[in-house]
Write a protein that binds this ligand. Structure first.
Ligand SMILES: *Cc1c(COP(=O)(O)O)cnc(C)c1O
Length: 429
Protein backbone atom coordinates (compact mmCIF):
# COMPACT_ATOMS: atom_id res chain seq x y z
CA UNK A 1 0.00 0.00 0.00
CA UNK A 2 1.35 3.39 -0.88
CA UNK A 3 0.95 5.72 2.04
CA UNK A 4 1.51 8.90 0.16
CA UNK A 5 1.10 10.35 -3.27
CA UNK A 6 4.40 10.91 -5.00
CA UNK A 7 4.81 14.62 -5.71
CA UNK A 8 6.21 15.52 -9.12
CA UNK A 9 9.92 15.93 -8.32
CA UNK A 10 10.75 19.59 -7.72
CA UNK A 11 14.19 20.98 -8.49
CA UNK A 12 16.17 24.10 -7.70
CA UNK A 13 14.83 25.57 -10.95
CA UNK A 14 11.32 25.53 -9.47
CA UNK A 15 12.28 28.21 -6.93
CA UNK A 16 11.51 31.85 -7.77
CA UNK A 17 14.20 33.40 -9.97
CA UNK A 18 15.29 35.78 -7.21
CA UNK A 19 16.89 32.87 -5.31
CA UNK A 20 19.25 32.35 -8.22
CA UNK A 21 19.80 35.96 -9.22
CA UNK A 22 19.95 37.61 -5.79
CA UNK A 23 20.50 35.17 -2.95
CA UNK A 24 24.03 33.90 -2.45
CA UNK A 25 25.15 30.45 -3.48
CA UNK A 26 25.58 29.77 0.24
CA UNK A 27 21.85 29.05 0.57
CA UNK A 28 21.30 25.43 1.49
CA UNK A 29 17.99 24.15 2.89
CA UNK A 30 15.98 25.60 -0.01
CA UNK A 31 18.12 23.36 -2.23
CA UNK A 32 17.08 20.28 -0.26
CA UNK A 33 13.43 21.30 -0.30
CA UNK A 34 13.02 23.41 -3.45
CA UNK A 35 9.57 24.80 -2.88
CA UNK A 36 8.22 27.99 -1.30
CA UNK A 37 6.80 27.22 2.11
CA UNK A 38 3.67 29.13 3.02
CA UNK A 39 2.15 28.18 6.37
CA UNK A 40 2.84 25.70 9.12
CA UNK A 41 1.04 24.27 12.10
CA UNK A 42 2.38 21.74 14.57
CA UNK A 43 4.37 19.15 12.63
CA UNK A 44 3.02 20.10 9.22
CA UNK A 45 4.29 22.52 6.58
CA UNK A 46 2.22 23.61 3.58
CA UNK A 47 3.81 25.12 0.48
CA UNK A 48 2.33 27.80 -1.78
CA UNK A 49 0.86 25.14 -4.06
CA UNK A 50 -0.95 23.48 -1.18
CA UNK A 51 1.38 20.46 -0.90
CA UNK A 52 1.69 19.29 2.70
CA UNK A 53 4.91 18.09 4.28
CA UNK A 54 5.39 16.33 7.57
CA UNK A 55 8.27 18.20 9.18
CA UNK A 56 10.86 15.78 10.54
CA UNK A 57 13.52 18.48 10.80
CA UNK A 58 11.76 21.06 12.98
CA UNK A 59 13.98 23.99 12.08
CA UNK A 60 17.11 21.92 12.86
CA UNK A 61 15.71 21.37 16.33
CA UNK A 62 14.47 24.93 16.92
CA UNK A 63 10.83 23.83 16.95
CA UNK A 64 10.63 21.16 19.65
CA UNK A 65 7.06 22.26 20.41
CA UNK A 66 6.01 22.46 16.75
CA UNK A 67 5.24 25.33 14.40
CA UNK A 68 3.03 28.17 15.64
CA UNK A 69 2.12 26.30 18.81
CA UNK A 70 -1.23 27.86 19.85
CA UNK A 71 -0.33 27.84 23.57
CA UNK A 72 2.68 30.05 22.81
CA UNK A 73 1.13 32.09 20.00
CA UNK A 74 -1.59 33.58 22.18
CA UNK A 75 0.72 35.30 24.73
CA UNK A 76 3.02 36.37 21.89
CA UNK A 77 0.17 38.07 19.99
CA UNK A 78 -1.16 39.64 23.21
CA UNK A 79 2.32 40.94 23.98
CA UNK A 80 2.80 42.47 20.52
CA UNK A 81 -0.72 43.95 20.51
CA UNK A 82 -0.12 45.72 23.82
CA UNK A 83 2.89 47.76 22.62
CA UNK A 84 5.07 46.29 25.32
CA UNK A 85 8.81 46.54 24.69
CA UNK A 86 10.08 44.45 21.78
CA UNK A 87 13.66 45.63 21.67
CA UNK A 88 15.38 46.57 24.88
CA UNK A 89 19.11 45.80 24.60
CA UNK A 90 19.57 44.22 28.00
CA UNK A 91 17.47 46.72 29.92
CA UNK A 92 15.13 45.24 32.48
CA UNK A 93 11.65 44.42 31.17
CA UNK A 94 8.66 42.56 32.57
CA UNK A 95 9.09 39.84 29.93
CA UNK A 96 12.70 39.28 30.95
CA UNK A 97 11.87 39.28 34.66
CA UNK A 98 9.20 36.62 34.04
CA UNK A 99 11.54 34.50 31.98
CA UNK A 100 14.39 34.58 34.52
CA UNK A 101 12.04 33.81 37.43
CA UNK A 102 10.35 30.97 35.54
CA UNK A 103 13.63 29.46 34.33
CA UNK A 104 14.97 29.52 37.89
CA UNK A 105 11.76 28.05 39.34
CA UNK A 106 11.01 25.32 36.76
CA UNK A 107 14.42 24.38 35.36
CA UNK A 108 17.35 25.34 37.60
CA UNK A 109 16.03 24.92 41.14
CA UNK A 110 14.32 21.51 40.73
CA UNK A 111 17.59 20.18 39.29
CA UNK A 112 19.75 21.71 41.99
CA UNK A 113 21.69 23.73 39.39
CA UNK A 114 23.16 26.91 40.86
CA UNK A 115 23.84 28.55 37.50
CA UNK A 116 23.99 32.20 36.55
CA UNK A 117 22.30 33.03 33.23
CA UNK A 118 23.96 35.05 30.47
CA UNK A 119 22.17 36.27 27.34
CA UNK A 120 25.03 36.07 24.84
CA UNK A 121 23.27 37.11 21.61
CA UNK A 122 20.55 35.14 19.89
CA UNK A 123 22.32 32.20 18.21
CA UNK A 124 23.92 28.97 19.31
CA UNK A 125 27.28 30.14 18.00
CA UNK A 126 26.95 33.28 20.15
CA UNK A 127 26.47 31.08 23.19
CA UNK A 128 29.47 28.90 22.34
CA UNK A 129 31.67 31.98 21.85
CA UNK A 130 30.62 33.31 25.25
CA UNK A 131 31.34 29.92 26.85
CA UNK A 132 34.83 29.71 25.33
CA UNK A 133 35.65 33.31 26.25
CA UNK A 134 34.51 32.81 29.81
CA UNK A 135 36.44 29.56 30.22
CA UNK A 136 39.61 31.30 29.02
CA UNK A 137 39.04 34.31 31.24
CA UNK A 138 38.38 32.20 34.33
CA UNK A 139 41.38 29.91 33.88
CA UNK A 140 43.83 32.26 32.19
CA UNK A 141 44.53 29.43 29.73
CA UNK A 142 43.87 29.46 26.01
CA UNK A 143 43.59 25.92 24.71
CA UNK A 144 40.30 24.04 24.43
CA UNK A 145 39.76 20.30 23.99
CA UNK A 146 37.03 19.39 21.51
CA UNK A 147 35.97 16.06 20.00
CA UNK A 148 36.06 14.36 16.64
CA UNK A 149 32.93 15.12 14.61
CA UNK A 150 31.86 17.91 16.96
CA UNK A 151 29.71 20.77 15.71
CA UNK A 152 29.54 24.01 17.65
CA UNK A 153 28.65 26.72 15.09
CA UNK A 154 30.14 28.78 12.28
CA UNK A 155 31.82 31.79 13.92
CA UNK A 156 35.60 31.56 14.25
CA UNK A 157 35.78 30.44 17.88
CA UNK A 158 32.96 27.94 17.42
CA UNK A 159 34.50 26.69 14.15
CA UNK A 160 37.84 26.19 15.86
CA UNK A 161 36.21 23.48 18.02
CA UNK A 162 34.14 22.00 15.14
CA UNK A 163 35.35 18.90 13.30
CA UNK A 164 33.88 19.13 9.80
CA UNK A 165 36.69 19.91 7.35
CA UNK A 166 34.44 21.56 4.74
CA UNK A 167 33.05 23.98 7.33
CA UNK A 168 36.48 24.61 8.85
CA UNK A 169 37.88 25.44 5.42
CA UNK A 170 35.39 28.32 5.19
CA UNK A 171 37.24 30.18 7.97
CA UNK A 172 40.05 31.28 5.67
CA UNK A 173 42.46 31.69 8.59
CA UNK A 174 44.11 29.17 10.89
CA UNK A 175 41.73 27.83 13.53
CA UNK A 176 43.92 27.56 16.57
CA UNK A 177 44.02 26.88 20.31
CA UNK A 178 41.91 23.75 20.09
CA UNK A 179 42.88 20.08 20.15
CA UNK A 180 40.50 17.34 19.02
CA UNK A 181 40.24 14.15 21.07
CA UNK A 182 38.40 10.95 20.10
CA UNK A 183 34.68 11.03 20.93
CA UNK A 184 33.12 8.00 22.60
CA UNK A 185 33.29 4.94 20.38
CA UNK A 186 35.53 6.67 17.81
CA UNK A 187 37.66 3.52 17.64
CA UNK A 188 34.61 1.27 17.59
CA UNK A 189 34.95 0.65 21.32
CA UNK A 190 38.30 -1.09 20.83
CA UNK A 191 40.52 1.48 22.56
CA UNK A 192 40.22 2.75 26.10
CA UNK A 193 38.58 6.10 25.45
CA UNK A 194 40.49 8.42 27.73
CA UNK A 195 43.77 6.63 27.41
CA UNK A 196 45.30 9.13 25.05
CA UNK A 197 43.76 12.24 26.59
CA UNK A 198 44.79 11.30 30.14
CA UNK A 199 48.19 10.15 29.02
CA UNK A 200 49.12 13.36 27.19
CA UNK A 201 47.77 15.46 30.06
CA UNK A 202 50.15 13.61 32.39
CA UNK A 203 53.13 13.49 30.08
CA UNK A 204 55.40 16.56 30.18
CA UNK A 205 56.48 15.46 26.70
CA UNK A 206 52.88 15.05 25.47
CA UNK A 207 52.82 18.44 23.80
CA UNK A 208 49.41 19.42 25.16
CA UNK A 209 49.03 22.80 26.85
CA UNK A 210 46.95 22.52 30.00
CA UNK A 211 43.48 23.20 28.59
CA UNK A 212 41.04 25.81 29.84
CA UNK A 213 38.05 23.66 29.00
CA UNK A 214 36.61 20.64 27.26
CA UNK A 215 33.57 21.25 25.04
CA UNK A 216 31.32 18.28 24.31
CA UNK A 217 27.89 17.33 22.96
CA UNK A 218 26.16 14.40 24.70
CA UNK A 219 24.79 13.38 21.30
CA UNK A 220 26.51 14.75 18.21
CA UNK A 221 23.59 15.94 16.08
CA UNK A 222 25.44 17.34 13.09
CA UNK A 223 28.25 14.84 13.53
CA UNK A 224 26.02 11.90 12.59
CA UNK A 225 23.98 11.11 15.73
CA UNK A 226 26.93 9.78 17.69
CA UNK A 227 25.75 9.03 21.22
CA UNK A 228 28.14 9.26 24.16
CA UNK A 229 27.48 6.64 26.82
CA UNK A 230 26.57 7.89 30.29
CA UNK A 231 29.72 6.17 31.68
CA UNK A 232 31.89 8.01 29.17
CA UNK A 233 30.35 11.37 30.08
CA UNK A 234 30.79 10.59 33.77
CA UNK A 235 34.43 9.65 33.24
CA UNK A 236 34.98 12.85 31.22
CA UNK A 237 33.37 14.99 33.94
CA UNK A 238 35.51 13.27 36.57
CA UNK A 239 38.69 13.74 34.53
CA UNK A 240 37.91 17.46 34.10
CA UNK A 241 37.26 17.82 37.82
CA UNK A 242 40.52 16.12 38.81
CA UNK A 243 42.61 18.13 36.35
CA UNK A 244 40.96 21.49 37.01
CA UNK A 245 39.59 21.75 33.45
CA UNK A 246 36.17 23.33 32.89
CA UNK A 247 33.51 21.13 31.30
CA UNK A 248 31.29 22.82 28.72
CA UNK A 249 28.26 20.87 27.48
CA UNK A 250 26.93 22.28 24.22
CA UNK A 251 23.22 21.58 24.57
CA UNK A 252 22.16 23.88 21.74
CA UNK A 253 20.57 21.04 19.75
CA UNK A 254 20.07 18.22 22.29
CA UNK A 255 18.79 20.43 25.11
CA UNK A 256 15.22 21.66 25.70
CA UNK A 257 13.92 18.09 25.88
CA UNK A 258 15.21 16.67 22.59
CA UNK A 259 16.64 13.59 24.30
CA UNK A 260 13.93 13.43 26.97
CA UNK A 261 14.94 15.43 30.08
CA UNK A 262 15.29 19.21 29.75
CA UNK A 263 19.09 18.99 29.66
CA UNK A 264 20.61 16.14 27.71
CA UNK A 265 23.25 15.56 30.41
CA UNK A 266 20.72 14.83 33.18
CA UNK A 267 20.60 11.14 32.32
CA UNK A 268 24.35 10.81 32.95
CA UNK A 269 23.98 12.65 36.26
CA UNK A 270 26.81 15.07 35.49
CA UNK A 271 26.86 18.79 36.27
CA UNK A 272 28.78 20.75 33.63
CA UNK A 273 30.55 23.96 34.60
CA UNK A 274 29.13 25.78 31.56
CA UNK A 275 26.09 24.95 29.38
CA UNK A 276 25.04 26.44 26.06
CA UNK A 277 21.37 26.52 25.00
CA UNK A 278 19.69 27.99 21.95
CA UNK A 279 17.59 26.44 19.13
CA UNK A 280 14.38 25.51 21.05
CA UNK A 281 14.80 27.70 24.13
CA UNK A 282 12.35 30.35 22.82
CA UNK A 283 9.98 27.50 21.98
CA UNK A 284 8.61 29.28 18.93
CA UNK A 285 11.53 29.45 16.53
CA UNK A 286 12.38 32.99 17.66
CA UNK A 287 16.13 33.61 17.98
CA UNK A 288 17.30 33.27 21.58
CA UNK A 289 20.27 31.77 23.39
CA UNK A 290 21.54 31.32 26.93
CA UNK A 291 24.94 30.57 28.41
CA UNK A 292 24.69 29.06 31.88
CA UNK A 293 27.59 28.71 34.28
CA UNK A 294 28.38 27.92 37.88
CA UNK A 295 27.97 30.99 40.06
CA UNK A 296 31.69 31.08 40.98
CA UNK A 297 32.62 31.37 37.30
CA UNK A 298 30.79 34.66 36.86
CA UNK A 299 33.89 36.80 36.46
CA UNK A 300 32.52 38.99 33.66
CA UNK A 301 32.77 42.72 34.19
CA UNK A 302 29.67 44.70 33.14
CA UNK A 303 29.43 44.92 29.35
CA UNK A 304 32.58 42.90 28.77
CA UNK A 305 30.65 40.55 26.45
CA UNK A 306 28.05 42.83 24.91
CA UNK A 307 25.65 42.91 21.97
CA UNK A 308 22.58 44.58 20.50
CA UNK A 309 20.25 41.59 20.41
CA UNK A 310 20.55 39.99 23.81
CA UNK A 311 17.07 40.72 25.01
CA UNK A 312 14.47 39.89 22.39
CA UNK A 313 11.39 40.24 24.52
CA UNK A 314 8.94 38.34 22.27
CA UNK A 315 11.30 35.36 22.62
CA UNK A 316 11.20 35.72 26.42
CA UNK A 317 7.40 35.65 26.28
CA UNK A 318 7.21 32.41 24.29
CA UNK A 319 10.14 30.86 26.20
CA UNK A 320 8.38 31.49 29.52
CA UNK A 321 5.12 30.04 28.24
CA UNK A 322 6.91 26.98 26.84
CA UNK A 323 8.49 26.29 30.24
CA UNK A 324 5.12 26.66 31.99
CA UNK A 325 3.33 24.49 29.43
CA UNK A 326 5.82 21.64 29.09
CA UNK A 327 8.23 21.70 32.03
CA UNK A 328 6.11 22.13 35.15
CA UNK A 329 6.17 18.33 35.59
CA UNK A 330 7.99 15.27 34.22
CA UNK A 331 5.07 14.27 31.98
CA UNK A 332 6.45 15.80 28.79
CA UNK A 333 9.92 14.30 29.27
CA UNK A 334 8.40 10.87 29.94
CA UNK A 335 6.26 11.17 26.81
CA UNK A 336 9.30 12.18 24.73
CA UNK A 337 11.27 9.20 26.00
CA UNK A 338 8.40 6.86 25.14
CA UNK A 339 8.07 8.35 21.65
CA UNK A 340 11.83 8.07 21.21
CA UNK A 341 11.71 4.35 22.05
CA UNK A 342 8.87 3.88 19.57
CA UNK A 343 10.76 5.68 16.79
CA UNK A 344 13.87 3.65 17.60
CA UNK A 345 11.98 0.33 17.43
CA UNK A 346 10.58 1.25 14.05
CA UNK A 347 13.98 2.34 12.71
CA UNK A 348 15.56 -0.92 13.94
CA UNK A 349 12.90 -2.78 11.95
CA UNK A 350 13.74 -0.82 8.79
CA UNK A 351 17.47 -1.42 9.34
CA UNK A 352 16.87 -5.15 9.66
CA UNK A 353 15.37 -5.23 6.19
CA UNK A 354 18.35 -3.60 4.51
CA UNK A 355 21.97 -4.59 4.54
CA UNK A 356 24.41 -1.92 5.71
CA UNK A 357 21.73 0.17 7.40
CA UNK A 358 21.77 0.75 11.16
CA UNK A 359 19.67 2.76 13.62
CA UNK A 360 21.28 5.28 15.95
CA UNK A 361 20.41 8.15 18.29
CA UNK A 362 18.89 8.92 21.66
CA UNK A 363 15.47 10.19 22.72
CA UNK A 364 13.78 11.99 19.85
CA UNK A 365 17.03 12.47 17.94
CA UNK A 366 17.08 9.23 15.97
CA UNK A 367 18.27 8.24 12.53
CA UNK A 368 19.55 5.68 10.09
CA UNK A 369 23.14 5.27 9.01
CA UNK A 370 23.87 4.06 5.48
CA UNK A 371 26.88 2.24 4.14
CA UNK A 372 27.17 4.26 0.94
CA UNK A 373 27.70 7.99 1.28
CA UNK A 374 25.14 9.07 -1.30
CA UNK A 375 22.31 6.89 0.02
CA UNK A 376 21.22 9.07 2.95
CA UNK A 377 20.83 12.09 0.66
CA UNK A 378 18.88 10.03 -1.86
CA UNK A 379 16.57 8.75 0.88
CA UNK A 380 15.92 12.31 2.10
CA UNK A 381 15.19 13.35 -1.46
CA UNK A 382 12.78 10.43 -1.95
CA UNK A 383 11.09 11.30 1.34
CA UNK A 384 10.65 14.92 0.27
CA UNK A 385 9.01 13.77 -2.96
CA UNK A 386 6.62 11.77 -0.74
CA UNK A 387 5.91 14.66 1.63
CA UNK A 388 8.39 14.43 4.51
CA UNK A 389 11.22 16.89 5.21
CA UNK A 390 14.29 15.34 6.85
CA UNK A 391 18.02 15.99 6.56
CA UNK A 392 21.33 14.21 6.48
CA UNK A 393 24.14 14.56 8.99
CA UNK A 394 27.56 13.06 9.61
CA UNK A 395 30.98 13.89 8.16
CA UNK A 396 30.06 12.22 4.87
CA UNK A 397 26.33 13.02 5.05
CA UNK A 398 25.82 9.29 5.57
CA UNK A 399 23.12 9.53 8.26
CA UNK A 400 19.44 10.37 7.83
CA UNK A 401 18.56 12.38 10.92
CA UNK A 402 15.02 12.61 12.28
CA UNK A 403 14.26 15.61 14.50
CA UNK A 404 10.45 15.77 14.52
CA UNK A 405 8.81 18.24 16.89
CA UNK A 406 8.50 16.52 20.29
CA UNK A 407 4.79 17.30 20.15
CA UNK A 408 4.31 15.14 17.02
CA UNK A 409 1.56 12.56 17.61
CA UNK A 410 2.47 8.87 17.48
CA UNK A 411 0.13 8.59 14.51
CA UNK A 412 2.09 11.25 12.59
CA UNK A 413 5.42 9.75 13.67
CA UNK A 414 4.25 6.45 12.19
CA UNK A 415 3.08 8.16 9.03
CA UNK A 416 6.50 9.78 8.56
CA UNK A 417 8.37 6.57 9.33
CA UNK A 418 6.18 4.63 6.90
CA UNK A 419 7.25 7.15 4.25
CA UNK A 420 10.88 6.81 5.36
CA UNK A 421 10.64 3.02 5.00
CA UNK A 422 9.14 3.42 1.54
CA UNK A 423 11.88 5.92 0.62
CA UNK A 424 14.63 3.54 1.78
CA UNK A 425 13.06 0.70 -0.21
CA UNK A 426 12.79 2.93 -3.28
CA UNK A 427 16.42 4.06 -2.98
CA UNK A 428 18.48 1.07 -1.96
CA UNK A 429 19.33 -1.59 -4.51
C1 LIG B 1 23.13 24.48 15.76
C2 LIG B 1 24.21 24.27 16.73
C3 LIG B 1 25.10 25.29 17.09
C4 LIG B 1 25.09 26.63 16.41
O1 LIG B 1 23.90 27.32 16.58
P1 LIG B 1 23.54 28.49 15.55
O2 LIG B 1 22.28 29.08 16.10
O3 LIG B 1 23.34 27.85 14.21
O4 LIG B 1 24.66 29.44 15.57
C5 LIG B 1 26.04 25.05 18.08
N1 LIG B 1 26.11 23.84 18.66
C6 LIG B 1 25.29 22.83 18.34
C7 LIG B 1 25.42 21.52 19.04
C8 LIG B 1 24.32 23.00 17.35
O5 LIG B 1 23.52 21.99 17.00
Amino acid sequence: MSISELNPPLTDADLPEVYHSVESEVRSYCRSWPTTMAVAQGSWLTDVDGRRYLDFFAGAGALNYGHNNPALKKPLLDYLASDMIVHSLDMATAAKTNFLETFERLILRPRGLDYKVQFPGPTGANSVEAALKLARKVTGRESIINFTNAFHGMTLGALSVTGNSMKRAGAGIPLVHSTPMPYDNYFGGATEDFHWFERVLDDSGGGLNHPAAVIVETVQGEGGLNVARAEWLQALAELCRRRDILLIVDDVQMGCGRTGRFFSFEEAGIVPDIVTLSKSISGYGLPMALTLFRRELDVWTPGEHNGTFRGHNPAFVTATKALETYWASDAFANETEAKGRHVRDRLEAIAQNHEGVSARGRGMAQGLKFAETSQAGEVCRAAFDRGVTMETSGPRDEVVKLLPPLTTTVEDLDKGIDILAESVAATLP
